[in-house]
Design a binder for this molecule. Sequence first.
Ligand code: HEM
Length: 299
Amino acid sequence: MSLDLKALLKNKAINKWRLFRLISIPMSIVIFIATMRADMSTGEGVSTMIGFSVRWAVPFIFLVVAISSVQTLFPGPFPMWLLRNRKYIGMCFAVAMAWQGLFIFIMSYFFREYYFADVYFFRDELEGSIGYIFLPAMVVTSFEFGRKHLSSKQWKLIHKSGIYFLWAYPFSTYWWSLCNGLSCYNNPVPLDYVYYSVGFLAFALRIAAWGKQRQQATKRNAPESRTPLAFKVLGGAVIAFGLFISAYGLYWQERVTAFLTAPKWSANLELWLPFWPYEPFLSLFIIGLGAMLVTKTRT
Ligand code: HEM
């Protein structure tokens, strides 16, 4: 059975550029049809298309973030297929983002008043623009002609930071949209919950994979070492606390934001530093600390 799946997943039709075409062409047709149906003569209509196209993009970046961890945690033919096609899945993300980029261009060029009155916030613009700097840089350096100008360290730096940034943007957008505080939309749709949970899971898997690799490395280097029970219990409690606060941002966000932005320098940073003071990511940071404790060993 597993052999069959392995053979099936090696089929050329669902690998590399063919996989890319299989996903990106129908996706582009759907976005094109939606554009024809939208009222593109108004700022609201174009804004709707910005949201529509990015909703196609988001699952791909979440998947790209999770793929290597899935292979580490649950090695098998399917995660291996995902890993083999990671670049092409990333390219599907880039295609959907190119659509979003086109709609953003249309809005900022033809509906400047709407853009500046209803959409524009300096920090959002900065975050979005950084995303759009990473995106072409990552696409170009995914090909040999772009890659050959970089050392492997530089390539890794661009791709790692780009992937994390492009994950962080939509993840934090959905965190805020789920009534997590002041900028709450007040009417989140079910898809917002799905996207928040999947974005969270994608990063949580990375933490789990990191923990597993850390444990394996310790076992290799110092086979007699063990994690003390106190670390296991404390780490487990910290992880549980992180999971708890990830679901209840509504109850702590305002107080935590007020606390973290109380110093003047911090309040100033909030005006321009992307994501500052990082409320959407606090739960994952806590879970990471818990994973560190759970995997800490003593000889
Ligand atoms: C300067 C660049 C950008 C501008 C001006 C911009 C503008 C917008 C606007 C106007 C919306 C609201 C659409 C609606 O009415 O529903 C939106 C939504 C969104 N944008 Fe951007 N954006 C930018 C870059 C990015 C980047 C790089 C990402 C990263 C993936 C991103 C992710 C999102 C997400 C996740 C939503 C929410 C979509 C939903 O409603 O589900 N944006 N953006």
